[in-house]
Design a protein around this ligand. Structure first.
Ligand code: PMP
Length: 428
């Protein structure tokens, strides 16, 4: 462990050994300062699909960088900067191992999943997409994995097509054969829906796309925090995700791409750190991964993400997935008893993201009622307007659960939902 844990080796600052091997929610919560902050003593945080809270190990890693060895990477000859460079590059290696990438240089640091998708839309699609080509997305996509493709298609004169989902919130995989054509160059698909919780069989989509020679970009923003992933087993061409949804800092995300594809892509941002040589009129580019990392990076966030991965691995992604599944089943069973609630998405094989509506009550009013009871839930279109259109609603309320949520909190959620029904009854 020590050997595979570069940040620990470099900074002696990573995870404490006491994190339990199986999910002990009380113990896990004790690592998250936000839950013991006096103003949050009543807080039930059910918005982890938007962003997760951070354990002290992550906060410490960032703080230590800032307090003890803040310096810029890859440039300086002095020891402190060498330590920063080592922390940064070791985190890259750690992330590569975490998602099963073949090479550390296939991991590119971005600001988030959104920026990662845009890197491919500019660096790959701008270069290779031609008029008449097709991009296939699904109706489940977050805007971050849709709008970049709308724009890329427009720029190239290509066509954007959609794989639909059914009334159950499952993709209609049987339509793949018709939608994938010899013109399809790229399929962009989420690994799990941030609205309906649906887990997607991306392997099936990747295999079908590869058969006709198309590439596949998987948006793992809602998958990586909850379940193990291996990009080589999936044979994903590109895989994107965000640090802040997996206990890491904000402002850091990952673009994974197969070496050959990244090599063939154009850089997207130009400037310092990404060049090999610069002449008066022309420049050449550095090797992977630096070709894509222009300018000063968010170094403390990268190091914090390394600490977040330590934390997740210490607990075990399988254990986290089991915990999330059992809480999801529990809540779905409870919700099935409530005739005034509509729950969206599949009953099985889904993430701990539960979107719902209360008859006759706007989602924002539902969320405000919950907030008054110290429960943080989400309301709105969840950056998935196509999903809303398909469901024929303007917005939904959404509760999402993670490793620090307990069954007692799930009970409190159900109890407040029943109270909301009583409270709003006079208006409906
Ligand atoms: N994809 C999905 C499925 C998401 O849920 C989100 C965040 N809500 C994103 C992409 C975008 O992530 P970020 O805002 O961190 O770039």
């Amino acid at each position: 462990k020590q050997k595979n844990n570069p940040n620990q080796a470099v900074n002696e600052m990573s995870i404490v050994e006491s994190v339990p091997k199986t999910l002990n929610v009380a113990d896990i919560r004790s690592h998250f300062p936000i839950f013991s902050y006096p103003e949050n003593s009543e807080l039930v945080y059910l918005d982890s699909a938007a962003t997760t809270q951070r354990p002290v190990q992550v906060l410490d890693a960032v703080r230590k960088f800032n307090e003890e060895y803040n310096s810029n990477i890859h440039r300086a000859a002095y020891k402190m900067a060498e330590k920063a460079t080592a922390g940064y590059e070791c985190a890259r290696l750690q992330i590569a191992q975490f998602i099963g990438a073949k090479h550390a240089h296939e991991i590119i640091f971005t600001r988030g999943a959104t920026e990662a998708a845009n890197f491919v839309a500019y660096g790959w699609a701008n270069k290779f997409l031609k008029p008449g080509d097709e991009i296939l997305v699904t109706e489940l996509e977050h805007h971050s994995n849709l709008v970049p493709w709308q724009m890329a298609a427009k720029r190239a004169g290509a066509k954007l097509k959609f794989l639909p989902f059914n009334a159950n919130g499952e993709l209609e995989y049987e339509k793949l054969d018709d939608l994938l054509t010899t013109c399809t160059r790229l399929v962009a698909v989420t690994h799990a829906s941030n609205v309906l919780g649906t887990r997607i069989d991306v392997k099936r989509i990747i295999d079908a796309a590869h058969e006709i020679g198309a590439l596949v970009l998987v948006d793992g923003a809602q998958h990586v925090p909850h379940s193990p992933v291996n990009v080589q087993e999936l044979d994903a061409d590109f895989y994107i995700f965000s640090g802040h949804k997996m206990l890491g800092p904000m402002g850091i995300g990952i673009l994974y791409g197969k070496e050959k594809l990244l090599d063939d892509m154009d850089p997207v941002l130009f400037g310092g750190s990404m060049i090999d040589d610069v002449q008066y009129q022309e420049s050449t580019w550095a090797e992977l991964p630096w070709k894509f990392e222009a300018g000063t990076q968010n170094i403390p966030a990268v190091i914090g993400l390394g600490a977040a991965i330590d934390f997740l691995q210490e607990i075990g992604l399988e254990n986290i997935e089991k915990h999330n599944d059992s809480i999801t089943n529990y809540v779905l069973n409870e919700l099935a008893e409530l005739d005034f609630v509509t729950v969206y998405g599949p009953r099985q094989n889904r993430n701990a993201v539960i979107s719902f509506s209360m008859q006759g009550i706007h989602a924002h009013d539902v969320a405000t009622f919950f907030d008054n009871k110290s429960i943080a839930i989400r309301s709105g279109h969840h950056c998935a307007k196509i999903v809303m259109k398909k469901l024929n609603v303007a917005s939904t309320a959404r509760a999402s659960f993670y490793l620090y949520n307990s069954i007692e909190e799930a009970d409190r959620f159900i109890e407040v939902l029943k109270q909301a029904r009583g409270y709003f009854a006079k208006w409906i």
